[in-house]
Design a protein around this ligand. Structure first.
Ligand code: MSP
Length: 656
């Protein structure tokens, strides 16, 4: 029997459009669901919407429409975002689903029949925003202790769930199950709360006179159920009517409820005691993640700094880099800060420069030297460098990823992937395949190196797949291996070295990891390197040439515009030993430069390098090819080395 894996996100309130916080939990759940599917588990991944309650009723009233119409209008905003973020949920629950409502009523009746629900008068402080009562001692200056909004005192008769009687049972359960509440700091927080005070009973109803938008109590039609009782039940009601094969009971207890830290008590205490009363097993893990701030500030509508995932995806013209960033930037469980600079920094250094370079170097070498086919490695040509790379790949797939994913340490999983990317790029620099290509006696070694580069990319694609699924598929497609994802989940050979077949054609395609340039005024643009840009003016170009020693004034020097440029592609000029034709990115434009550096460098070595060019040199032609600038290099007659920039400054930055 396959192991079941049931993962849930909170169901989101439909009072407003989704923001980065919603995207965060949902992407994290998606990464886990995809990872477990690949490892062969029987996965059910649930997300959805929390549609009842005062907040939604008020939002609808403000819009002048009835609550159901309001929910029906907002629901597609969430569904569309999940589609844009490539979320692979198996079901989408809405608490206004007729089946869900019936199931909630059934559970309420069960508890009522068992006398675990009773009616009583109650006076308390109510926070509409959090949809909950607070006691007198919680209230600070008439404000909600949680969201700091004004609260109102309310006296009314309500129905209560005998939550208090489960206090000891719950403490015992938490103590006996190390992984029940995670991370550990949150577990201690809940234990501290439970041990410090007597747990009261939970009001589970609202009179219809105050709130009509809810599920009617089956035993008193003057009342609707309290939003949390309705909402939490979604985790089990979905299994009754949203599992396609009709056999949803196999997924309970849930493997992981992913939530934000603000809704820990409702899950760890309310939900757990509700399940105890219903005599149902408790979920294996409730994992509370941290919150995002924006440029160091709390995110809020009034501050106008709410991060809209749709806008980021549109700006990046891709969803994968955003998915990557969310899980790479901050240890899961801790708070984190969002800024555009941090987003762009990660994408450029790790995706574009890291794996992007490795892919373009590999594919370019294969395209040019082995007729577009994955070459055959030979064991006799191997050195300890190959053994080291192979071992790092296998450890990644079979040890580091399983261990970190088990602990939901997404940033560490991505760090482990990043280390292999770095090792592979170092391997290429050390083995210098462009030199091996020159001498036929080095062919076995050359092919071995190329194979190791390509096979490492295949393994990286598998590791990256849960995080950036489309990019990983693109990677495998370009390696000629897309069928790997038709044999979902992994077979043991997928997890071994050597699964990439020699002799298959690669399919070099679009650049998978475009760099993002940050404009000075803060606007960001994505630059997509293209294979052959149209030159806009005529050529000049030159190699680094010696200039006569003579003095110039500062004004004369300032006439020379030096700029950083990123090498997007490089190739030899036919029939020339010395000349290379480069396409470089200058931030706001792309240029073609012909440079006399071909004796020193192989084209593949230069891709992704940040060089310095003279940007205002009059265009000229070299061997009939246009050149629109000059690269700077050290050396006199022979080129000693190109000028590069140590820091990752944006292409087009002025050099002075
Ligand atoms: N409807 C309830 C959940 C019911 S689950 C049975 C709810 N909805 S919510 O839409 O307000 O919040 C959903 C999730 O978004 C919570 O997990 C919350 O932690 C998360 N986030 C809201 N703002 C956030 C950040 N700024 N950062 C990260 N996550 C945040 O609560």
């Amino acid at each position: 029997m396959r192991k079941t894996f049931y993962i849930t996100t909170p169901i989101y309130y439909v009072n407003d459009v989704p923001h980065i916080g919603h995207a965060y939990t949902t992407v994290a759940a998606d990464v886990l669901a995809r990872y477990r599917r690949l490892r062969g588990d029987d996965v059910f991944f649930l997300t959805g919407l929390d549609e009842h309650g005062q907040k939604v009723q008020q939002a609808a009233a403000k819009a002048g429409i009835d609550p159901q119409t309001h929910c029906d209008r907002l629901a597609p905003q969430f569904k569309n975002l999940w589609q844009r973020l490539n979320i692979s949920h198996d079901a989408f629950i809405r608490t206004t689903d007729a089946a869900h409502k019936t199931i909630v009523q059934r559970y309420l009746q069960q508890l009522y029949d068992k006398q675990l629900i009773y009616k009583a008068d109650y006076t308390g402080w109510y926070c509409t925003f959090d949809e909950r009562f607070w006691t007198e001692k919680d209230v600070v200056q008439g404000q909600c202790p949680d969201c700091k909004r004004p609260i109102e005192q309310i006296s009314e008769s309500n129905y209560f769930f005998k939550m208090g009687q489960y206090q000891d049972c719950l403490i015992a359960h938490i103590n006996a199950h190390e992984n029940f509440i995670r991370p550990e700091s949150r577990r201690n927080e809940v234990l501290g709360f439970l041990q410090a005070q007597k747990l009261g009973d939970l009001s589970i109803s609202r009179p219809k006179s105050r709130l009509s938008w809810g599920i009617e109590l089956p035993f008193d039609t003057d009342y609707v159920t309290y939003v949390w009782f309705d909402a939490l039940v979604n985790y089990i009601s979905a299994l009754e009517y949203l599992v396609k094969d009709g056999n949803g009971s196999r997924f309970w207890p849930a493997t992981i409820h992913l939530i934000g830290k603000d809704i820990l008590t409702t899950h760890a205490v309310y939900w757990s005691t509700m399940l105890m009363a219903l005599e149902l097993p408790l979920p294996q893990t409730i994992f509370a993640h941290g919150w995002w701030t924006v440029n160091g500030e709390k995110m809020s509508k009034s501050r106008g700094n709410v991060v809209d995932p749709n806008q980021i995806i549109s700006e990046l013209k891709d969803h994968d880099p955003f998915r990557y960033f969310l899980l790479r930037e901050v240890p899961f469980g801790q708070d984190g800060d969002f800024s555009h600079d941090a987003l762009i920094g990660r994408i450029n250094s790790e995706l574009a420069n890291g794996i992007g370079n490795l892919l373009s170097r590999t594919l370019t070498l294969i395209e040019r030297n082995t007729s577009n086919l994955i070459p055959t490695p030979s064991a006799s040509a191997e050195t300890e460098l190959e053994a080291e790379l192979r071992q790092a790949c296998l450890e990644l797939l079979n040890k580091q990823l399983p261990e970190t994913m088990e602990r939901l340490e997404f940033n560490r999983a991505l760090e482990a992937i990043w280390r292999v990317i770095q090792l592979a790029n170092q391997y290429v620099d050390k083995t210098a395949p462009w030199n091996l290509a020159k001498n036929p006696k080095d062919t076995p070694k050359f092919h071995t190196v190329l194979y190791h580069m390509a096979e490492t990319l295949r393994i990286l694609a598998l590791g990256l797949y849960p995080f950036v699924p489309d990019t990983a598929k693109g990677l495998l497609t370009q390696l000629g291996m897309l069928e790997l994802f038709y044999t979902n989940p992994f077979s043991p050979s997928d997890l071994n070295w050597g699964r990439l077949d020699s002799g298959i054609p690669i399919r070099k395609g679009r650049h998978l990891f475009p760099r993002i340039e940050s404009k000075p005024q803060g606007a960001k643009t994505v630059s997509e390197p293209t294979a052959s840009p149209q030159p806009t003016s005529t050529v000049t170009a030159t190699t680094a040439a010696a200039t006569p020693e003579s003095q110039i004034t500062i004004d004369e020097f300032q006439k020379i515009q030096l700029k950083t440029a990123l090498v997007l592609s490089a190739e030899r000029v036919p029939k020339s030993e010395k000349l290379l034709k480069l396409q470089v990115d200058l931030g706001s434009e792309q240029r073609q430069i012909v440079a006399g550096i071909g004796k020193k460098y192989e084209p593949e070595q230069l891709i992704g390098k940040r060089i310095v060019i003279v940007a205002n040199l009059k265009p000229a032609k070299l061997m009939g090819i246009e050149s629109q600038g000059m690269v700077l290099a050290a050396g006199d007659k022979d080129v000693g080395g190109l000028m590069t920039v140590v820091e990752d400054v944006p292409a087009g930055t002025k050099v002075k």
